[in-house]
Design a protein around this ligand. Structure first.
Ligand SMILES: [Zn+2]
Length: 443
């Protein structure tokens, strides 16, 4: 049989398409995708169908002109490997004895012909999810990708699009239309993953991205740990904040990210400590933050209070964590000295501690739990107010992460310079309060 189509089809595209169909079973999408960058404002299915239709018309004409063998060969190619209804129609009319098998597309396994089924499965999974934005991603088995690569290199295809891109776009388009949800590639509420496997079966995974809530808290009582202490029966800052958050969002779990740590006996006052709650698998995203704030504060009975709640993002959490070392903390510390401390000595403290780098070895109280190492932290300023002969109050502004207790007491010389070292008198911290955590570096 003469298969030199160039005589009939004087088009690079049609010639190449017919050549492809002689070698592969290709659905409209998979044929069209090989020419995806030609012709805008259309999709691959239309491209593929249009090419097959024109080839059918050319073959039909050839048949009318009496070139029966070649016409039949082209029509058979289009009907079987091209799964083309128009060609099947001409064949059944002109050659009623011709049997036409129904084969699966060799690239996608008829994924695109059955795309509505996949979309319906996605919709079923998304039915009970509260979301506004989504993105579709896909993974396609390497055997499928390799087959398409091979087809392209053998047939010199220069304008092809990746199958993943087409899957993402075609599924995304339909979800958008049916649910009226927005595409959002950067921080979508929901990620829909389509997995096209080696045997062409399709797995669907819908992941809800966490919901992030930013806020600040004050802790008005001493004795409340930041995180739960196992078997203590004692509630923590995390419990007080996270329990209502989970109730309202219906999330499966929540991670409490305070910006900086504090001991259980440290109060947090003033502008408070920033935190982000990361809610896993939230069922409800559009929550009323004012109501949440009120519930947390009412239930805490004054032990803690939250304020400035707003929605946040993974990106902000990452940024705050990365920058947390340069944040500025303000402390109020009540100190008792082992001897009398005069106003003059307190003045010396204020004059000395101006932008001073403090060397701190891991505090004795953490040895055994943490590695013994030395870190440097800046104390920006110290204000001292005498209370009695041997007690005074310090207002310390320092880089986040300074161990304040050790900075005052000296920790057997492991922190230097320290308040105790400078006064030449043993000092003890009676109370530590945080007055605020500021994001702006000290100026
Ligand atoms: Zn296909």
């Amino acid at each position: 049989m003469n298969v030199d189509s160039s005589i009939v089809v004087k088009s690079d595209i049609l010639e190449k398409a017919l050549d492809l169909l002689r070698n592969y079973v290709l659905c409209d999408n998979c044929l069209g995708r090989q020419f995806a960058y030609l012709g805008t404002g259309t999709d691959n299915r239309q491209r593929g169908a249009a090419i097959k239709l024109i080839l059918t018309m050319e073959a039909h004409k050839m048949l009318e002109d009496g070139d029966v063998d070649r016409a039949k060969e082209i029509l058979m190619t289009l009907a079987i490997n091209g799964k083309c209804d128009a060609a099947r129609g001409v064949l059944s009319q002109k050659f009623p004895d011709c049997a036409v098998e129904n084969l699966k597309c060799e690239i996608c396994g008829d994924f695109f012909e059955n795309i509505e089924n996949v979309v319906n499965r996605v919709l079923e999974i998304c039915r009970n999810l509260d979301f506004e934005t989504f993105v579709v991603g896909s993974s396609v088995h390497s055997s499928i990708l390799n087959r398409e690569d091979e087809l392209r290199s053998k047939h010199d295809i220069l304008f092809g699009e990746s199958i993943k891109r087409e899957i993402n776009r075609e599924i995304g388009k339909r979800i958008h239309k049916k649910l009226n949800k927005k595409f959002e590639s950067k921080a979508p509420d929901v990620v829909i993953l389509i997995n096209l496997k080696q045997d062409f079966s399709v797995e669907i995974d819908v992941r809800t991205n966490p919901l992030y809530i930013f806020g600040r808290y004050r802790k008005n009582l001493r004795g409340i740990p930041q995180f739960p202490v196992p078997h203590s029966g004692q509630y923590s800052v995390k419990d007080l904040i996270v329990t209502p958050v989970l109730e309202i969002t219906g999330g499966s779990d929540a991670i409490f990210h305070p910006i900086g740590l504090e001991g259980r006996n440290v109060k947090v006052l003033g502008s408070g400590r920033p935190f982000i709650v990361e809610v896993k698998n939230p069922k409800i995203r559009k929550i009323d933050l004012t109501r949440l704030e009120k519930i947390i504060n009412d239930r805490s009975n004054g032990a803690i209070e939250v304020f400035n709640l707003r929605f946040s993002s993974k990106e902000e959490l990452r940024r705050l964590k990365a920058k947390s070392r340069v944040f500025v903390n303000k402390y109020r510390v009540l100190v008792r000295a082992q001897d009398c401390v005069g106003e003059e000595q307190l003045k010396t403290l204020e004059e000395f501690f101006r932008e001073i780098v403090i060397q701190q070895r891991t505090p004795t109280r953490f040895l055994g739990k943490s590695k013994d190492k030395t870190k440097k932290k800046v104390v920006y300023s110290v204000k001292a107010n005498k209370i009695t002969n041997d007690t005074f109050e310090l207002l310390i502004t320092c880089q986040a992460g300074l161990f304040v207790r050790e900075f005052v007491e000296g920790d057997y010389g492991r922190t230097s310079p320290s308040i105790s070292e400078l006064l030449g008198v043993g000092c003890e911290c009676l109370e530590v309060d945080i007055l605020g955590v500021e994001f702006e570096p000290h100026s």
